[in-house]
Design a protein around this ligand. Structure first.
Ligand SMILES: [Ca+2]
Length: 324
């Protein structure tokens, strides 16, 4: 009797382990960390940086919980836009443009990215530096790499983070970011930092945590290196004709602007779109019955930053409001 119950309980436990994702199969964290120290050394990270950052750490239970919660319940674009492009953020962003006008203008002149886009990304990513995430980036990335759901990606990001520390841009203890390792006021992943962050104030350090000139220049450099076209707008709201085909919607479907006009797409509120052959796409994040936009090359560049039409459209809309 006892034995039978015990077997059943054992069977239930075994089934639970087998049916859960492969987290249970991970090595002990300290065994994993020792292996990681070897990988870091092989990647050329100095022993001093390894000693200071890859000992005496534990996995972050909070980061694991937040990772497993993904994806969160899906908001509509209308709900997301209301939350992200709100009046408070518009007012704050306009004030910050005035406050940092000469720094932003210098960056705009150098990179060709208008200040309202730099400030819109700053506002949406971290509420203008107010919410950069309080996680130790090394600990967060080590946790994610050890947990194993995206081990290759997070191991590479952890090596990149150690390279940043090794180069002296920031101390490991001050390298703060989100639970998934997005860092500083513009939330660059370490690989993006190494590819795109620049020293805007000329002190030899690329500091996207505490130096606004570095934050602005790094954001603009990211956009420029990903194909930003100076002088072009991101897009605009449009009205789709009745019966517009769902198959034509999406940033990957690129047509000359005149093509959309020929199908009956107009400006929101009426009026013809400009007569132009510029490459463009129609996005409608809530479907054909929701808001629709015609978007250009610079929208695709914003999507290189974050592959979400909710995000890219909101950045464009916030930038437009900031420029008013
Ligand atoms: Ca600097």
């Amino acid at each position: 009797m006892f034995k039978n119950h015990f077997s059943k309980a054992l069977l239930v436990i075994v089934l639970m382990i087998l049916s859960s994702p492969s987290y249970a199969a991970r090595p002990d964290f300290n065994v994993w960390l020792k292996d990681m120290r070897g990988k870091a050394a092989a990647a050329g990270i100095s022993q001093a940086t390894i000693n200071a950052n890859l000992y005496n750490i534990t996995p972050s239970e909070t980061a694991i919980r937040l990772d497993r919660k993904q994806p969160e319940s899906k908001k509509t674009f209308a709900q997301y836009k209301t939350a992200v492009v709100n009046e408070n953020r518009v007012q704050k962003g306009r004030k910050l443009i005035q406050q940092h006008y000469s720094d932003l203008q210098a960056v705009e002149d150098q990179y060709g990215v208008p200040k309202q886009f730099i400030v819109a990304l700053w506002g949406i990513e971290t509420n203008f530096g107010g919410n950069t995430g309080g996680f130790s980036v090394v600990r967060a990335l080590a946790t994610m790499a050890w947990e194993g759901r995206r081990e290759t990606f997070f191991t590479k990001e952890l090596i990149n983070a150690l390279k940043i520390i090794d180069a002296g841009h920031i101390k490991g203890a001050n390298m703060k970011g989100s639970w998934a390792g997005a860092m500083g006021q513009n939330q660059f992943m370490p690989s993006s930092f190494n590819a795109y962050a620049v020293d805007g104030n000329g002190d030899g350090k690329r500091d996207i945590w505490g130096t606004k000139k570095d934050v602005f220049a790094s954001t603009a450099n990211y956009l420029k290196k990903n194909g930003w076209q100076t002088g072009q707008r991101w897009g605009r709201r449009v009205a789709l004709p009745t019966g517009f085909s769902k198959a034509l919607i999406g940033p990957k479907i690129k047509k000359p602007l005149s093509y959309w006009s020929s199908l009956g797409v107009t400006r929101h509120g009426g009026g013809a779109l400009p007569q132009d052959t510029i490459s463009s796409s129609i996005v409608a994040p809530d479907g054909v019955n929701g808001e629709a936009y015609v978007v250009y090359n610079n929208y695709q560049t914003i999507m290189d930053w974050n592959r979400s039409t909710y995000f890219a459209t909101s950045v464009g809309l916030l930038a437009d409001r900031l420029a008013q």
